[in-house]
Design a protein around this ligand. Structure first.
Ligand SMILES: *Cc1c(COP(=O)(O)O)cnc(C)c1O
Length: 374
């Protein structure tokens, strides 16, 4: 039996240790340290936005971003927010917590991103914003999205939690949103275990974000006009994320190398693989996805189990938002199908993309994947 092959493993340089030691030696471990300021400055600059606000995770980033926008732009309760159905729950959940209504749009079958041709049919007079999510390593097709947003006077919330360092037609992901959010969870291209950041170029919005992430403190300390959670990040986390950001080009180069090896090894299986490039971007392989062809009598669940028997960890694709039991229970869904999201959930999974994978291990994984189809 081979050693367990995890779906992801982060890598660190000496820099993380150096910065962490600095925090400990100086005693600056809380949320007021220099690495927080450095990360806010460096990361916003990297993404061509003016301001950054560090938070405790990527879901918190979406939560304060959506809350701040609702407040600043005076969106009424139950205003509608367009969200891709093929997505993690964070954005839709934040809408509900903030008394907004998520409206789900199906995915595009090749890139698995939001199908931009299906956005307009979901827009109503109540629609206020589009949440764009760059899924699994390829950006969403931003040009039509920006056009639709302009035409209907909608804000763009750019969830770039899987797109650190990725670009769309040469422009950085995270630079398109009126507000953009990132996660620094363990398996993201820049990580500090848990963490996140909100970016914007609107100072008023930034002030609201900083207010809502910090217990709604006012200058009159301990006197509160609103309720809000503590979503602050620690300087220890920021120290690690700063070091990771310095290494991002190497991280992406390595992931692209792994991605292209997999493309070659797996090109003959009866499945759709992560798309290597489109006319607007090269995949940066946050993950490497496989969607088994419809006519093959095995689904993702079975594939994941078989791979697990070989000690290889793989993960299922997102479960579509428009089928979530919790949203059914809340009565916020329509009865329409979104067939692409449903199919890629049923047939899709992703395979190990750890930064330390060797060629021998990749060959082993490839062999076991081929066996799924025998
Ligand atoms: C990871 C992720 C999040 C959530 O980030 P956390 O830090 O885990 O809360 C949100 N959106 C997308 C697209 C993600 O991939």
């Amino acid at each position: 039996m081979t050693d367990f092959i995890p779906v992801f493993e982060p890598v660190f340089t000496e820099k993380e240790k150096e910065y962490l030691n600095d925090c400990i030696e100086t005693g600056w471990i809380g949320s007021n340290g220099q690495y927080i300021k450095k990360l806010e400055k460096d990361f916003s600059k990297y993404c061509n936005q003016q301001f950054g606000s560090c938070v405790s995770n990527g879901s918190a980033a979406l939560d304060v971003a959506i809350r701040a926008m609702k407040d600043l732009y005076k969106w009424e309760d139950f205003s509608e927010i367009i969200i891709p159905s093929f997505n993690i729950i964070s954005a839709a959940q934040s809408c509900i917590y903030n008394k907004l209504k998520p409206v789900f749009v199906d995915a595009e079958p090749n890139t698995w991103n939001i199908d931009t041709t299906k956005i307009e049919e979901q827009i109503t007079p109540k629609t206020k914003a589009i949440v764009v999510v760059h899924i699994y390593g390829l950006p969403s097709d931003m040009e039509p999205i920006v056009e639709i947003a302009k035409k209907h006077n909608l804000k763009i919330i750019e969830d770039s939690a899987q797109a650190h360092g990725q670009s769309y037609r040469g422009k950085k992901c995270g630079s398109f949103g009126d507000v953009s959010t990132f996660s620094f969870f363990t398996n993201k291209h820049v990580t500090c275990g848990e963490g996140g950041i909100v970016l914007t170029s609107d100072k008023e919005l930034l002030d609201k974000i900083n207010y809502y992430k910090n217990l709604c403190f006012t200058s009159n300390k301990f006197v509160h006009n609103d309720l809000g959670w503590n979503y602050r990040m620690s300087n220890l986390q920021a120290a690690v994320a700063c070091a990771q950001l310095e290494n991002i080009d190497k991280t992406i180069a390595k992931k692209r190398e792994l991605g292209s090896i997999y493309q070659n090894m797996l090109k003959d299986i009866p499945a759709k693989l992560s798309v290597d490039k489109t006319d607007y971007a090269n995949n940066h392989y946050w993950i490497f996805g496989i969607v088994i062809d419809k006519n093959v009598p095995i689904n993702a669940k079975q594939a994941i189990m078989k791979m697990r028997e070989e000690n290889i960890e793989t993960r299922p694709f997102f479960y579509p938002m428009h089928n979530q039991p919790v949203f059914k229970e809340l009565g916020i869904l329509d009865n329409k199908k979104r067939e692409i999201s449903e199919n890629i959930y049923e047939k899709g999974f992703y395979i190990p993309m750890g930064m330390n994978l060797t060629l021998t291990t990749l060959e082993f994984i490839s062999e076991k994947i081929h066996n799924l189809f025998k």
